[in-house]
Design a protein around this ligand. Structure first.
Ligand SMILES: [Zn+2]
Length: 403
């Protein structure tokens, strides 16, 4: 009965028996950054807090007070994660471009590289190139693969994070089911964490001015179209991990048009970058990539602008139902189309707002991705850090240290 439904109330509750890993999580997120705060938040005694901090300090993960003057000007007795206690690698693989970076444990980027590749390369060709770039960046920084605690990698399409394989990626032929960790063994023995490009982009927004947005749709509008869905503060993957495949929503305007997924009638065939480029080339234009189209639009080419705007309109139509159902606070636009954000989002607004309920549209913001072209990399860094610095992973590492 609805009257009996209990409503979850969010009051700060003690974490009885909180572990060292949970303390590090509180410090890292800024929720508790002194011994006193840790005691209050967890309900642990001073002695228990001290014992856990000693364990974290001996593993080099936490700095306190004077030690910290090296890394920043905070007052003594403040606790911080030691950003230099290791490294994470990020690899964002796209259809025609891959980006790689090396970052400190607080997410600060130390080096990055962007690699343009031929479309359609399989993992046997591309992954060794990725490994070379990572090895070279580490060497240039004078760091070693042994310092790497984790690698975050993103691919287009649906992935299985547990098996660390792509399961359905129409955009990346030959990648499905291929274990990718093996290609990086010569770079590092650290664990590889995998997610899809849209979920990773959603993760990147946790590091920007939208960090408090618990409900948002993060649209990647590039060669393909996909959504990262954040609802109630959680990333929504769906039962099979296939949530967010916006590009393959069937729309009337695409009836009978063949999509790269093998089906017909998908939104991508009328609004995805690959389809727009195909159409322009069929018309005799020298366009190789959606980035060329976006560049033309930005430089005032009228036809290019109207094509980008039309893509936005088609996406807005297809998104209206999702917005009405989920009532997000923001739609974040990333990917190559975000390079012409004003034009694309104008089209999106044209069709989206009239088709949602008044309340769902009332406070809805349409915003460009916080990290622009770096969104994929920033998201992969988050993916890796959230995995290797999770309380479970930290506790396991501490136990190992003491064995
Ligand atoms: Zn399709």
């Amino acid at each position: 009965m609805p009257g009996n439904m209990s409503v979850p109330v969010t009051i700060p509750s003690p974490l009885p028996g909180a572990t060292a890993g949970e303390l590090l999580d509180l410090i890292r997120s800024g929720r508790a950054t002194t011994r006193g705060e840790l005691g209050r938040v967890t309900g642990l005694s001073r002695t228990a807090v001290s014992a856990r901090l000693a364990s974290l300090a001996s593993a080099g993960l936490v700095l306190e007070g004077d030690e910290e003057s090296v890394t920043g000007g905070r007052p003594a007795s403040t606790l911080v994660l030691n950003r230099d206690a290791g490294l994470v690698l990020a690899v964002a693989i796209g259809r025609s471009r891959s980006q790689m970076s090396v970052s400190a444990l607080d997410g600060t980027e130390l080096a990055s590289v962007s690699h343009d590749q031929e479309v359609g390369l399989g993992p046997d060709v591309l992954m060794p190139v990725v490994a070379d770039h990572l090895t070279r960046m580490l060497a240039d920084l004078g760091r070693s693969g042994e310092e790497v605690r984790g690698v975050g990698l993103s691919l287009a399409g649906t992935v299985d994070p547990a098996r660390v394989v792509s399961v359905d990626s129409p955009a990346m032929a030959g990648w499905d089911g291929v274990p990718l960790g093996a290609y990086l063994r010569d770079v590092t023995g650290a664990p590889l964490v995998l997610d899809n490009d849209c979920n990773v982009m959603a993760a990147s927004e946790r590091d920007g001015h939208l960090r408090d947005h618990d409900d948002m749709l993060v649209l990647k509008a590039s060669t393909g179209l996909g959504l990262g869905i954040v609802a109630g503060g959680h990333l929504i993957r769906g039962h099979r991990g296939a949530a967010g495949e916006l590009g393959h929503v069937k729309v009337a305007a695409a009836e009978g048009l063949l999509c790269r997924c093998g089906d017909t009638g998908c939104l991508e065939t009328v609004a995805g970058g690959w389809a727009l480029v195909e159409r322009l080339r069929a018309g005799g234009q020298q366009v190789h990539h959606v980035r060329d189209l976006v560049a033309q639009a930005v430089h005032g080419n009228g036809e290019a602008r109207s094509i980008v705007r039309e893509s936005g309109r088609r996406v807005g139509e297809a998104l209206a139902a999702t917005v009405t159902v989920l009532n997000p606070r923001a739609i974040v636009v990333g990917g190559d189309m975000a390079g012409a954000f004003d034009t694309f989002s104008a089209g999106l607004r044209d069709t989206l707002f009239p088709a949602t309920t008044a309340l769902a549209g009332r406070d809805l913001q349409v915003l460009p991705a916080t990290h622009g072209e770096k969104a994929g990399l920033v998201g992969c860094v988050h993916l890796a850090l959230d995995s290797v610095l999770s309380p479970l992973a930290v506790n396991a590492a501490l136990v190992k240290q003491h064995v």
